[in-house]
Each structure stands twice: as C-alpha cells, then as structure tokens.
Design a protein around this ligand. Structure first.
Ligand code: NAD
Length: 252
C-alpha cells in the first residue's frame, strides 16, 4: 500500500509530542488527522496545510463517546483509508508543580486521569478498529511512559496506573488483531521537553537531567522517530513491543 493511501490519526496533536508525530507523518506523505480537545488544533493543522501537507483537524474530547462516534462522518472520504492510529493524548495533573501522593488524590482527579489516558484510548481504538481490519493492514501505537516501566518520581499514581494499563491493553489487543495484519506497540518516553514536563519548573527538570545518562531531556521529534518506525511497512513483525525513548534513564 502506498504511503499516500494511508490516513493516520494522531490524538493530542495540538502541541508537544502529538504535534511532532503529526508533522513527521505529514512529511513522510501520510494524510494526517490531527485530533485534540484544544481548539488550537485548528491553527496547528493550518500551519501544516500552509506548508503543503494533507492534514485535517478534529476538535473533540476523547472521553466523550458520542463525539468519538462522529469521527467517521467528520472524516467522510478519509475514514475508509484510515490504517494508522497513535494514541498520544494524555494528562498528568500537578499541583503547584508537584504530584499528589496517593492519599491526597481526589477521586474526581483519579477518574479524569483514567478517563483520558485509558478509557479515551480504548474508545478511539474501538472506533478505529473495524476500518483497520477492513484494510487488512494497520498500525496502532500507544504513547505510554517510562512511568509504566519503572518507578518515576514526578507523575502521580493515577498517571502511572493508566500508562501501565495502556501497555496491558496494547498487549492483549496485539494478540487479538495480529491475524488481520494489524500491529499494536508502545513507545515509552522518558523526560521529553513539552508543556507537560514544563509544569514542574526548570529547577526540577535540571535536577532530573542529572540522572539521565544522555545528560539532557529528550525532544518530541525523537519520540516521533520511534513512532515512524513502528508504523512503517518494515515494522511488520513487531507487535506487542515497547520501545523506550529515554536517554538511558531506564534500561530493563
Ligand atoms: N513529555 C514527556 O516527558 C512525556 C513522557 C512520557 C510520556 N508522555 C506522554 O506523551 C503524550 C503527549 O505528552 P506531551 O508531553 O506532548 O503533553 P502535552 O500536554 O504537551 O500534550 C498533550 C495533548 O493532549 C491533549 N489532550 C488532553 N486531554 C485530551 C482529551 N481528553 N481529548 C483530546 N485531547 C486531549 C492536550 O490538549 C494536548 O494538546 C502523553 O500521553 C504523555 O503522557 C510524555
């Protein structure tokens, strides 16, 4: 299948890692659906359109099942060509730049993190799967986290629980859909420069960099490069796998 016939959907694409993945895909010739809850997704997509790429913005909340169900009609002729999904949208709440300990996490915050990071991923994946199956070729990538691989000091327990949950979801799904030519893999970033990591402040980030063998934080484009490999034709025999992108800060 030629790259021009492939539509890729990237969630959380208004900024950060999602934006870098959408940009990388657009440059490689895929048609890209950029989805985000933030209305700034319109400007983000416009910038790529102006540069001559084929992209479409979709503004919706992935936790809203009814809204997720409208994806097919919103994308009309692009929908049947969908064969790549990157579940990237996610949240990691901080309070005055710090995580809350388990005892201090209000149920409402716990539920929202589970809703966005895990249930939202499930809803979008479920919506897209029949189309991927009908194409007989598909790639699903979950952007998980180092927090799903080992203990990390910065994110809260709800965040780590959801990223571990996404890894489990990927593993089971990979087994279920391999016979349809669909692979399901995870990319687990360490500390990458973005709005999410800026929330703890530059002092904390500088301190954390001290324990990263590469001696710096990662760039969103470095995560996008791993995703680009996993969605390529060449990655056809990799499924249920996790690629760490963390500058050496976790080596299993
Ligand atoms: N930056 C890091 O160091 C790092 C490390 C490990 C994992 N990650 C993961 O990478 C992904 C992207 O993170 P980032 O650093 O670019 O963060 P970010 O906060 O810059 O971007 C996240 C995007 O997701 C969108 N989003 C949030 N909730 C949504 C919802 N309900 N529906 C639709 N869109 C929604 C936001 O509007 C935002 O544009 C996240 O899943 C995050 O957990 C990031």
């Amino acid at each position: 299948m030629h790259v021009n016939d492939k539509v890729a959907l990237v969630t959380g694409a208004a900024r950060g890692i999602g934006m870098a993945i959408a940009t990388r895909f657009a440059r490689e010739g895929y048609k890209v659906v950029m989805l985000d809850l933030n209305p700034e997704i319109e400007q983000a997509a416009q910038a790529l359109k102006v540069a001559g790429y084929e992209v479409r913005p979709v503004c919706l909340d992935i936790t809203d099942e009814a809204a997720v169900r409208t994806l097919a009609e919103r994308l009309d002729d692009w929908w049947p060509k969908l064969c790549i999904l990157v579940n990237n949208a996610g949240i990691s709440p901080k309070h005055e730049g710090k995580k809350r300990d388990v005892m201090d996490i209000p149920l409402e915050e716990w539920r929202r993190v589970l809703d966005v990071n895990l249930t939202g991923t499930f809803l979008v994946t479920k919506m897209c799967l029949p189309t991927l199956k009908s194409r007989g070729w598909g790639r699903i990538v979950m952007i998980t986290s180092q927090a799903a691989r080992t203990r990390t000091p910065v994110p809260g327990a709800h965040y780590s629980a959801t990223k571990s949950g996404m890894t489990g979801l990927a593993r089971v799904l990979a087994g279920e859909v391999a016979r349809f030519g669909i692979t399901v893999n995870c990319v687990a970033p360490g500390r990458v420069e973005s709005n999410m990591t800026a929330a703890v402040g530059s002092e904390v980030n500088a301190q954390l960099v001290g324990s990263i063998p590469a001696g710096r934080m990662g760039r969103a484009e470095e995560v996008a490069a791993a995703v680009a490999f996993l969605v390529s034709e060449e990655a056809s025999y990799s499924t249920g796998a996790v690629i760490d992108v963390n500058g050496g800060s976790f080596m299993p």
